[in-house]
Design a protein around this ligand. Structure first.
Ligand SMILES: [Zn+2]
Length: 215
């Protein structure tokens, strides 16, 4: 299988994430599930502005290198476990975006406060702190995705986010919407006033009207 286009797709998504400020230097990593069942993932420790699309690594579904000259992201098992958790997950973005990370420090899950968070299946839970890059973190991150079929994002305590999607474009939009929701929630918290959260019936109403057909 020729992986060139898939490598370019992952690389271009990384650049877009840098462009909108969700990824800085070499923090964060991106992957997609390929038609042959393998996974294309960003390499470890190469700043995105120095990266070449040819450095994207191809893994099998157990995390072994199939093709590529570089070490895959240290969080490769976090991506792999997300793919194993749900068939509909075809792309994964792990970022250290600022507002999401800030809320993770105080272990605040993001409630369903606006329409940006509807397609993410909010409330967005916080996975308790575990050393980055470990198999245990990868296992714990997969649990909420496995248990909640509509969930598209989690916060990692004192660390960052994991966002999934049905393709790279969808995962990018979900990552952007998550950070928007986190920023809005953060700003609302500053007022010290009570924050109104959408009810379950309001969620179902807006989900069924605008998002259900797109899932
Ligand atoms: Zn990280």
């Amino acid at each position: 299988m020729n992986y060139t286009q898939y490598r370019k797709d992952v690389y271009n998504t990384a650049l877009k994430l840098v462009e909108v400020g969700l990824i800085r230097l070499s923090s964060g990593n991106i992957s997609m599930r390929l038609p042959d069942g393998n996974v294309a993932i960003t390499p470890s420790s190469i700043p995105y502005d120095e990266m070449d699309y040819k450095e994207i690594v191809i893994l099998d579904i157990d995390g072994n290198i199939v093709d590529g000259d570089h070490k895959p992201s240290v969080e490769k098992m976090l991506h792999i476990n997300a793919y194993k958790a749900r068939e509909d997950i075809k792309a994964v973005i792990h970022s250290h975006s600022i507002y999401s990370m800030a809320l993770s420090l105080v272990k605040l899950e993001i409630p369903l406060i606006n329409s940006e968070l509807v397609p993410l299946g909010a409330p967005i839970p916080v996975v308790s702190y575990i050393l980055p890059g470990t198999d245990l973190l990868a296992e714990k991150v997969a649990e909420p995705f496995r248990n909640r079929p509509l969930l598209k994002a989690v916060l990692l305590e004192n660390h960052g986010t994991v966002v999934v999607g049905k393709n790279l474009k969808d995962a990018f939009q979900n990552a952007y919407n998550l950070e928007t929701g986190a920023e809005v929630y953060h700003k609302a918290l500053q007022t010290g006033k009570k924050i109104r959260v959408l009810s379950q019936s309001e969620f179902e109403e807006v989900y069924n009207r605008y998002y259900k057909a797109k899932q």
